[in-house]
Write a protein that binds this ligand. Sequence first.
Ligand SMILES: Cc1cc2nc3c(=O)[nH]c(=O)nc-3n(C[C@H](O)[C@H](O)[C@H](O)COP(=O)(O)OP(=O)(O)OC[C@H]3O[C@@H](n4cnc5c(N)ncnc54)[C@H](O)[C@@H]3O)c2cc1C
Length: 377
Amino acid sequence: MKIAVVGLGGTGSAALRFLACAGHQAIGYEQFRIGHENGSSHGESRIIRYTYPDLLYTQMMSDSYKLWFELEKEADEELFVRCGGLYFGDKTDEDVRITEQSLIDTNLPYDRLTAKQTQEKYPAFHLQSNEAAIYQKDSGFLRATRCVQANIRLAKTHGAIIHEETKVQGIYTKENKTFIQTSSGEEEYDRVIVTAGPWMSSLFKDLNLPLTPTRQQIVYLNINDHEEYFQANGTFPVWIDATENLYGFPSDGQIIGIKLAYHHCGEAIKDLDAERAPVDENYLDEIRRYAKKRFPNLGTDITYSQTCVYTNTPNHDFIIDQVPDQSNVFLVSGCSGHGFKFTVLLGKIISMLATDDNGYERDLTRFKINSFLKDSK
Ligand SMILES: Cc1cc2nc3c(=O)[nH]c(=O)nc-3n(C[C@H](O)[C@H](O)[C@H](O)COP(=O)(O)OP(=O)(O)OC[C@H]3O[C@@H](n4cnc5c(N)ncnc54)[C@H](O)[C@@H]3O)c2cc1C
């Protein structure tokens, strides 16, 4: 089949690779250059983990991990750094409890640590006596930009064609034929997959997709002393503070310092194409305040900062579906700030759906567009 993929971030690049590998005529469109910094899939690190306060996501991660290992093997480069992960919070935090239960239900190994045990094992972390942590050894981080580039490189090796700096202006179906409109004209396709991230709503105005793109900020702080506490060799796991809603990484070996960020949604972005303001001063202060209490060996110097976009649905579930009234068009969006670890799986699922393969074993009903429309009533 001749299949277009619109939007080549994490999800689209993976979909393109799967289609090309399966022998389809796969053509990718990206409005910017591959690896650009205007969307969601760029940067040195994205957390990957089984630890989820939601059983279905933990189960889907078993599928996703396998696909990351395959990609890494095929690309023959390090994309995944397995440094372990801490998921912690107040002992009474519901998310910590449900996350532990999801690990039990899926028979995944983990350790439950008190504040004191956490600090003994990972001396950079200072937890309070009312807090507890779950340690899971398979967590770590994905080198996001490299993952996208690896997918694209392999897709090309398998025959995919890529149109960079080519914005798709419209997708429409006439007499059962589906067309893509760009500034060079229109092109007919058997199927179209749209993985346009935060720009999704502009391509499907009539669908009223429940998507809110938000401006997110990440910060790297310098290490004052005990550099050895902050390494990705097992001394410093990736971490999520479920109660205070922050997360962070060990030294990634590329950018000086330690990356940390708030997970809560930033302000809604009205114009995705407008230049984005740099990281706010008060955000930097909040990060410094948190770091002072949690990681006393960190300094207060900002060694790097960046903004990025989350594409949020109201309940943070993804949207994975065929487009109503356009049976040849399929979409994935709403990765809601936690989707990178799934992008390889989402690319696989959507390429299966678009090629009439209903073989994915898990029930994806809650990710259909209709589930969100019901929610909003
Ligand atoms: C700061 C930050 C931290 C995050 N941390 C984590 C984490 O630790 N772990 C995790 O799992 N997830 C994390 N995420 C979320 C994750 O990065 C995203 O969910 C994921 O990258 C979304 O990928 P995507 O392919 O759906 O969208 P995108 O990466 O935004 O890709 C969409 C692409 O479509 C292109 N496009 C759009 N419209 C058009 C058009 N009309 N024509 C052509 N091209 C078009 C865009 O230019 C873009 O390249 C984080 C996100 C941010 C912003």
